[in-house]
Write a protein that binds this ligand. Structure first.
Ligand code: UD1
Ligand code: MG
Length: 470
């Protein structure tokens, strides 16, 4: 038994099924829960155990599942035809055979809210007891559809009966099989060969393996988990939504614990992979997606979306701003209604105001674009000021071109910078100019036409109009 407790762990995730109850062109396991395909959460929880190896059984939309799990699963096994959960495990027999002794943790792929700690307890118990298999169960108010745990009068585990195969009395049982199993590889492999599809669904059930283990006088235990919500499979869209709420809620609570203020945690959606520093205040209806990082002492005002981005310390992202794959330096201010597209890199103390769109552009320390501008494919030197309505004309219909501004450049309002173009350090551009040539450092560029005032024009126009109306 001491040997078992140190036996290496292999994780096997079953992810070949379609999941018809989702009524979707996309298989169930690829539907996102808290910003990631649900099966990725299962792998993540399992990897927390530091297993020697993780194997995923794929079938429906195998390419997409493999892509979604790049870097998460060590190996993939193809189940060409989906003939049941037992059949799925059988496809991995050769891979498991390589490990020979050890423990395998088999997981349904539709359990996105599983916690590592829960799995660890199950594995520890299994390895200590020396059972052939230890599976997790839960008690539900409505157990319809699930496999039920049948126990003898002393409470000992007897078997699992699928809902479709159960009689009326068995369907009253509230204890269900969660689809989380720990088994000794040396005891599982021989019984896999015995599985037969003689049941209501004509499938090979992994749950039948336990019957054969009991026949061989092996110990099989069902451990009831008290937080049913955590160990329930997602089978339809309602359960999908619930699982997201659970994961976002957990992460929100963890952030609060670390000193983040969420004005209304139930209306803040922060990806479990995202990090937020202490003393940052987040208003409702904010989405922080992917592995974004928001620093300390920031304020994120209502309605913002920050995706795949890094925000420094002391920043303010004002209402309804969108920040995508961008970097924002310390003490910068963005918005309201700003749109930072991929490749935006703002230095410290930069100020971006309302209705400013920025793409693939770096702005040096303290540069400002306060109103109504588009800056694309540009380099803006530190301390430069971009006047209202400035547009970089970066696209000629075929190619994109760059605009480069040195430090301390002043661009008057309503200017077009026709790229490729360079403006030297400290250059000025008069308002309303169309800049088509480079501007040397320290020079003033003005390209608008000279103003003429026509005296008395309004009165003469009025007179003509009055004559016409008689
Ligand atoms: C299964 C269990 C049931 C349990 C329930 C918990 C069996 C026979 N039944 O039923 O006792 O209460 O989970 O949610 O195991 N899969 C494959 N290949 C297949 C079929 C399924 O890889 O051929 C994968 C699916 O992608 C999914 C998992 O196995 O991740 C479970 O499949 P699902 O169809 O959801 O099983 P249930 O009918 O819910
Ligand atoms: Mg299921």
């Amino acid at each position: 038994m001491a040997k078992q407790s140190r036996s290496p762990l292999t994780v096997l995730v079953l992810a070949a099924g379609k999941g018809t109850r989702m009524r979707s062109d996309t298989i169930k396991l690829l539907h996102e829960v808290a910003g990631r395909p649900m099966v990725a959460h299962v792998l993540e929880a399992a990897r927390g155990l530091k297993p020697r190896r993780t194997i995923t059984v794929v079938g429906h939309q195998a390419d997409r599942v493999e892509q979604a799990l790049t870097g998460e699963s060590d190996a993939f096994v193809l189940q060409k035809e989906q003939r049941g959960t037992g059949h799925a495990v059988m496809q991995a027999a050769a891979e498991l055979g390589k490990a020979r002794r050890g423990t395998v943790l088999i997981l349904n792929g539709d359990l996105p809210t599983l916690r590592t700690a829960t799995l660890r307890r199950l594995v520890n118990r299994h390895q200590r007891s020396g059972a052939h298999m230890t599976l997790m169960s839960a008690v539900l108010d409505d157990a319809t559809g699930y496999g039920r745990i049948v126990r003898d009068e002393k409470g000992g585990f007897q078997r699992i009966v699928e809902h479709k195969d159960a009689d009326a009395a068995e369907r009253q049982i509230p204890e269900i099989n969660c689809g989380i199993y720990c088994a000794r590889i040396d005891k599982l492999l021989p019984v896999l060969e015995k599985l037969r599809p003689d049941n209501a669904q004509g499938e090979y059930y992994i749950t039948d393996a336990v019957h054969y283990m009991l026949e061989r006088k092996g110990l099989v235990e069902a451990v009831c988990h008290d937080d049913a919500e955590e160990v329930l499979g997602v089978n339809n869209r309602a359960e999908l939504a619930r699982a997201s709420v659970t994961l976002y809620g957990r992460h929100a609570a963890a952030l609060q614990e670390r000193g983040v203020t969420l004005l209304d945690a139930s209306r803040t959606w922060i990806d479990p992979r995202a990090r937020v520093g202490a003393d940052t205040v987040i208003y409702p209806d904010v989405y922080i997606e992917g592995a974004s990082k928001v620093g300390k002492h920031c304020v994120i005002r209502p309605g913002c979306r920050i995706s795949g981005s890094t925000v420094g310390n002391g920043c303010e992202i004002k209402d309804h701003s969108v920040v995508l794959d961008s970097k924002i330096g310390n003490d910068a201010a963005v918005g309201p209604f700003a749109h930072l597209r991929p490749g935006t890199d703002l230095g410290a103390e930069v100020k971006i105001g309302n209705f400013v769109e920025i793409k693939k552009t770096r702005m040096g320390k303290g540069a400002k674009a306060s109103h109504l501008s588009y800056l694309g494919d540009a380099e803006i030197g530190s301390g430069s000021n971009i006047g209202a309505g400035t547009i970089t004309c970066n696209y000629d219909g075929v190619n994109k071109h760059r605009t480069e501004l040195g430090a301390g450049v002043f661009i008057g309002s309503d200017t077009q910078l026709v790229a490729p173009v360079k403006l030297g350090k400290g250059a000025y551009v008069g308002a309303g100019s169309t800049v088509t040539q480079d501007v040397p450092a320290g020079a003033l560029a003005v390209s608008r036409t000279k103003q003429t005032n026509i005296k008395g024009w309004v009165a003469r126009k009025q007179k003509r109009r009055d004559k016409g109306s008689k």
